[in-house]
Design a protein around this ligand. Structure first.
Ligand code: ATP
Length: 360
């Protein structure tokens, strides 16, 4: 009997609803070729429509509803004219990340053939690294507040939380990842020369982890110079691991260096597999282009490839990525406007699905 995977699909809002069907089309094509089955259950929550009907982004039992799936395939959330972004995001995606302990946010940054980098003088192969972002603690804790001393004296405090467990587990994941790659190089982002409590601790734990992986060449960069080097010397990096805030910044900068945000994939991973992991493109719901059929579906399709890899289908995952790359390189007629073409979401997604089905 063929292997069967149960996937929860949440299209969300805006272009999420346009790119998720293309992602599914490609996943089904890969399943057909590689002989496994995908059982899909689609959910309408985590969207502005759901919020309008229920006054919440998620049903109260969302954890039971989603917890038994093998993975979650997510589009994008956000329709700011209906629900403020901080409400929709905190009410859905951030609930999943915390509730399902998806403590690693993994974002590959790779310049694909057929895509122009905004950086001059860079070829495919120059930009090919992984960003590992801590996804549950750090600067995104909601501890702190405003202290008033009289009407015009106000102090605002926001605290960073780092736990030994939280720091060590994301570092371990990153070192394991680096140890399995040909270059075996890892850089951790820091700012211990300015942030005097949390970052020296992060450095201390990273150095301790580095001693356990002598085959990985590990170093660190302060976040300010690291962002400059992403632009000036992207070929220097292999695996980059960062705390929540630094990782957030790096993982928008990285995909921008690799062409367009429309192609960038991401995975919110629970490495212990106690709960499902969630796969989503880096981009958001893009209200400015929603409904026009021109959204680039590659970020969603590539996130689907990451999901296949996580499920234990690395050959199918590699086939999807290879199909993306050959279509981007060889089919200018189907490229979406962000890639300089005049194609549609459907024409690009369809061409990739056909390549997966019929490619070598
Ligand atoms: P979020 O904060 O949720 O990331 P946002 O509105 O700040 O949302 P995006 O939705 O990612 O950011 O959009 C940023 C810009 O990138 C917009 O101009 C949008 O049109 C463009 N964009 C995003 N995704 C795509 C895509 N798949 N194809 C083409 N353009 C895209």
């Amino acid at each position: 009997m063929s292997q069967r995977y149960r996937i929860a699909v949440i299209p969300g809002d805006g272009i999420g609803r346009e790119v998720v069907p293309e992602g599914l089309r490609c996943l089904h094509a890969a399943a057909e070729v590689h002989g496994f089955e995908l059982e899909i259950a689609e959910f309408s929550f985590a969207s502005a429509d759901y919020w309008q009907r229920h006054g919440a982004m998620l049903p109260p039992d969302w954890r039971e509803v989603l917890g038994g799936f093998d993975a979650i395939f997510f589009g994008a959330v956000g329709r700011p004219e209906v629900v403020p972004d901080h409400v929709s995001l905190w009410g859905s995606l951030l609930q999943f990340r915390r509730g399902f302990d998806q403590y690693v946010n993994l974002r590959p940054v790779r310049l694909l053939r057929g895509v122009r980098s905004p950086l001059r003088d860079h070829e495919p192969g120059d930009i090919d690294f992984l960003i590992v972002r801590e996804n549950t603690e750090g600067e995104y804790s909601s501890i702190g507040g405003r202290i008033f001393e009289g009407t015009d004296r106000e102090t605002v405090l926001q605290e960073t939380v780092m736990t030994r467990t939280g720091v060590d587990r994301v570092l371990r994941y990153a070192f394991e990842l680096a140890a399995g790659r040909p270059r075996r190089q890892l850089t951790w982002a820091t700012k211990s020369n300015g942030i005097s409590i949390s970052m020296p601790y992060w450095d201390e734990r990273a150095a301790a982890m580095a001693r356990r992986y002598p085959d990985v060449a590990a170093d660190s960069d302060h976040i300010d110079i690291l962002t400059a080097k992403f632009v000036l010397q992207p070929q220097r990096y292999d695996v980059v691991v960062a705390s929540n805030l630094f990782g957030d910044i790096l993982s928008d900068l990285g995909p921008a260096c690799a062409g367009t945000i429309g192609i960038a994939p991401s995975a919110n991973i629970n490495p212990d597999r106690t709960w499902p992991s969630l796969f989503e493109p880096v981009h958001g719901s893009a209200p400015d282009i929603a409904g026009r059929g021109i959204a680039n579906p590659v970020g969603q399709i590539w996130s689907g490839a990451m999901m296949l890899d996580h499920l234990g289908e690395p050959a199918a995952a590699a086939r999807v990525v290879a199909a993306i790359e050959s279509v981007l390189d060889e089919r200018p007629d189907v490229l979406t406007p962000d890639l300089g073409g005049s194609g549609t979401t459907g024409s690009l997604g369809g061409a990739i699905a056909a390549e997966i089905a019929g490619g070598p």
